[in-house]
Design a protein around this ligand. Structure first.
Ligand code: ADP
Ligand code: GLC
Length: 496
């Protein structure tokens, strides 16, 4: 089959700019696709960190687009060794310190609609080969609401590329008021319930969901969950309408970056055959985090954005019980909601010999937490895919997860039957509440008290799972071909 040209559009990508799992995916899926011989190029906003980390860059084209008084430069460089990179350089919109979406106080930038609408316009211009880059993609792979307007902008174009829109998290939709729609000067025809209008508001994500040729989400279970009111946030009707074009494709992980046998962030390398060496990482992590160094302590870990989704409040809720148990410790790494940050700091101060919290973002420490802990807690209320449980499995750190979304698809509960069949990889609980989380933790503690070979078997079962990108990349390629061969009609011209 002929190689494809694929433009991969996202608002963050490792190692240039990252706030969460989207960056891991945008930094590694394009590489996996390119291994099959396709020309995959990534386009990102020109944030200052991204520009600095991607240097050297050269100006490849200049665009004049509605919504920007200044000319827009497309800076060209490389993301890693083999992926061509385009950064959309609009200093007035993107040259700001810190987080890509929020200001120093944690509030969304007020001009986010303008910022990401311009990003979408630039992507659409490249997609149509109107940017003088001399390259025409067969398909644009859009990710999350920040790229949602791209399929809508392309829908009416005669010779448009195919589009695929991936939902990484339906909780973030890019919804603004009508005035933002007016300021952006989008065609009035797009303001309709079949278009970008969402209960009298302006929705970026609807541009992705309604106008794209195919919709994917990042796990099969989440693809089903979002068809229900509980997880669909009012978009379940539209998604149900599109089910023949909706699929769940499980995320993979970068097996080079996340490999306990070669990870440069770790004090001690190990693999499934040298599992016993893992405990050296535990001792070093305890030392780094100021906990008593004790290889027999049962060390739990958690890493994540401190938001309602991740269920950190449930971890806080079970803490008194956890501390009552003999010789347990907990390491927390996260940033986000300031009340949760304060609460984590407070428990760490109150129990310095049992709980350590690092409030902030530290990529290297995340690797050491994954390697040093015995168990990883992931009580997410919902989880489109989740990457930390996959990193945990790869690092022999047994995950304890709520049965939802990608967590349900990737962790196999340690039931007697699954243990007997050598399939068990973690502890799974059914309800996102403290009682259910606590019972799963108790099961883990009890299991850890058995002869050590039992625990090692469970942990190394996880290490032997294959969550590399290859299978998922093949799945995406099949969907790309279907999207190219059978485009979806424009929903605004097919209203009957
Ligand atoms: P989400 O995308 O919803 O945040 P994922 O589990 O898919 O959740 O991905 C989270 C990614 O962000 C992982 O790579 C995780 O290690 C990383 N991460 C989250 N918070 C932090 C932090 N405070 N420090 C370092 N890495 C973090
Ligand atoms: C989102 C989801 C997370 C997923 C990640 C990458 O941020 O919350 O579950 O793993 O995107 O797809």
């Amino acid at each position: 089959m002929s190689p494809l040209n694929i433009l991969f559009a996202a608002s963050e990508a490792q190692p240039l700019i990252k706030t969460g799992g989207l960056a891991d995916v945008a930094g590694s899926l394009p590489v996996a696709l390119s291994h099959f011989g396709h020309d995959v190029r990534v386009v990102l906003p020109g944030y200052p960190q991204a520009i600095e980390r991607a240097l050297p860059l050269h100006p490849a084209a200049t665009l004049q687009l509605p919504g920007s008084l200044e000319p827009i430069q497309i800076l060209e460089g490389w993301l890693g060794a083999r992926i061509r990179l385009y950064l959309i350089d609009v200093p007035g919109l993107f040259d700001r310190p810190g987080n890509p979406y929020t200001n120093a106080y944690g509030s969304d930038w007020e001009d986010n609609p303008e910022r990401f609408a311009l990003f979408c316009r630039a992507i659409a211009t490249i997609a149509l080969d109107h940017a003088d880059l001399n390259w025409r993609p067969d398909l644009v792979h859009c990710n999350d609401w920040q790229t949602g307007l791209v399929p809508a902008l392309l829908a009416d174009e005669g010779s448009r590329p195919a589009t695929l829109f991936t939902i990484h998290n339906l909780a973030y939709q890019g919804v603004f008021d009508r005035a933002a729609f007016d300021r952006i000067r989008l065609p009035e025809a797009l303001w309709s319930p079949e278009g970008l209008e969402f209960h009298h508001y302006f929705s970026f994500i609807k541009g992705g969901l309604a106008f794209t040729d195919w919709v994917t989400t990042v796990s099969p279970t989440y693809a089903r969950e979002i068809l229900t009111p509980e997880f669909g946030y009012g978009l379940e009707g539209l998604l149900l309408h599109r089910t023949d074009r909706l699929k769940g494709v499980l995320n993979g992980i970068d097996y080079e970056e996340w490999d306990p046998a070669s990870d440069p962030a770790l004090p001690q390398h190990y693999d499934a055959d040298t599992f016993d060496l893992k405990k050296i990482n535990k001792l070093r992590l305890q030392q780094e985090m100021g906990l008593p160094e004790d290889e027999n302590a049962f060390l739990f870990g958690h890493i994540g954005r401190l938001v309602e989704q991740k269920g950190v409040d449930l971890i806080l809720g079970i803490l008194p019980g956890l501390i009552k148990q003999q010789n347990t410790q907990l390491v927390l790494l996260g940033s986000g909601d300031s009340r949760l940050e304060q609460a984590l700091r407070a428990v760490a101060e109150e129990h310095p010999d049992r709980v350590a919290a690092f409030i902030g973002y530290d990529e290297q420490l995340a690797h050491r937490v994954e390697a040093g802990c015995d168990c990883f807690l992931m009580p997410s209320r919902f989880e489109p895919c989740g990457l930390n449980q996959l990193y945990s499995l790869r690092y022999g750190t047994v995950p304890i997860v709520h049965r939802t979304g990608g967590l349900a698809d990737t962790v196999v509960d340690a039931t007697p039957r699954n243990l007997l069949d050598d399939k068990a990889t973690g502890f799974v609980f059914n309800q996102p509440n403290e009682g259910a989380l606590w019972r799963a933790i108790e099961r883990a503690i009890e299991f850890h008290r058995r002869p050590p070979v039992w625990w090692e078997k469970l942990a190394t079962n996880g290490m032997k799972q294959d969550f590399s990108w290859e299978a998922s990349a093949i799945h995406y390629l099949e969907i790309y071909r279907q999207a190219i061969d059978e485009p979806s009609p424009n929903p605004l011209t097919t209203i009957d």
